[in-house]
Design a protein around this ligand. Sequence first.
Ligand SMILES: Cc1ncc(COP(=O)(O)O)c(C=O)c1O
Length: 455
Amino acid sequence: MSNYNSEEIIDLDRKHLWHHMTQHKAFESNAPMVITEGKGLIVKDLNGREFLDACSGGVWCVNVGYGDERMINAINDQMKKMPYYAGVAGNIPAIEFAGKISSLTGLDKVYFSNSGSEANEKAYKMIRQYNRQKYPDIDKYKILYRKRDYHGTTIAALSSTGQEQRKEKYGPFVEGFVEFPHACCYRCDFNKTYPGCDIDCARVVEKIVLEEGPDTVGAVIVEPITAGGGVIPPVKEYYEILQEICKKYDLKLIMDEVVCGFGRTGKMFGYEHYGVKPDIVTMAKGMASSYMPLSGTVVSEEIFNVFKQDGDDPLSYFRDISTYGGSAAACRAGLESTKIVEEDKLVENAAQMGSYLLEKLNEFRDHPNVGDVRGKGLLAGIELVEDKASKTPMDEKKFLGVIGNIGKQGVLVGRTNRSFKNMNNVMNLAPALIVTKEEIDKIVTSIKNGLDSLK
Ligand SMILES: Cc1ncc(COP(=O)(O)O)c(C=O)c1O
């Protein structure tokens, strides 16, 4: 409960709260949005207005939906028992959740932290140290990342992000991160058409490894399905090719499952669609359905063992710390969220409802401003263009008008947000994994009306 009335809250917000990803000049004429309650997929704002949240908390993360009593009770119970002790010691939920994650991924060791950015930072530090301890005579420190992928906001995570507008004004970036082409067929960098293309976007990685020098490259990081960069599922052969290149040059494959993990795409992890086995998996967001902040960097025994030594080197273990990482209450939230996903068959629901959603969205392909419809499971994107022939991305103001129109109908959808110059034109959908057919119908109808407002 708050001690302030609505006007005072808005006043305080304007005065003191720095919102994420927001130009605050707009708040001089408009009131900031304040979300006060949530149940299922519905959120309520300060004025009591209800919205259907089609993007799981705005950034694809409240996977089991709002207000799930089982989550609240589990966290409450753990809070009473023991909310926190530093990660140098084990705690029961962290131990159990690490075991669960291991059984889900087939990997062996879980290093907990607090955010997706942090999970990726840990992966980069592990790769550098692993290679320096395993191959002391060379320096396999570089990490290759893909254009359009996002790996986080901290400086190294941003250095490995393939979105030029997100990076603008924040350089200089960390040395040792090298970009390779995106995997978006709709805007193929090689001017080819799948399936007659030989998947050049994956094969080109070998050329880049050779140019950089294989002895200098330690890993490749990818989102299994690019999320914020425009919802891009690579074609089915893509990751087998990428994994072969990794094996040939002794590179670790890091899958950033921060968005895709824990059921979002209709499989427990996004890479499962592609029949590959990563060496490192990073995860956050839906991992604890965002009831508590939690992330993880999950590695194979082979990687972990390089840090476990009897030798004389006092610096051989992973000298990393994350004060809140793996707190007991957060891990209990992760355990409970995963239990709900399994018991309520939410991965299956994501697959079924995801197919229905994509089927409905594909009906918009005839609209003159719909360039492409992409997705897998409950992760979908619609790319809006000025006209189909030129594929000119829709003007951003016009695009925001469509998003605003959908919002006015009481549905909150996501979008590419200051990621690319003149190409922030993909509408994102990622409803909670509990979504029903009726809720999808409501989302689709509001998008249809939004698109019709362009005519
Ligand atoms: C794929 C991916 N990786 C990493 C991150 C960073 O996560 P966080 O914002 O929790 O640091 C995000 C955030 O959107 C993401 O989409």
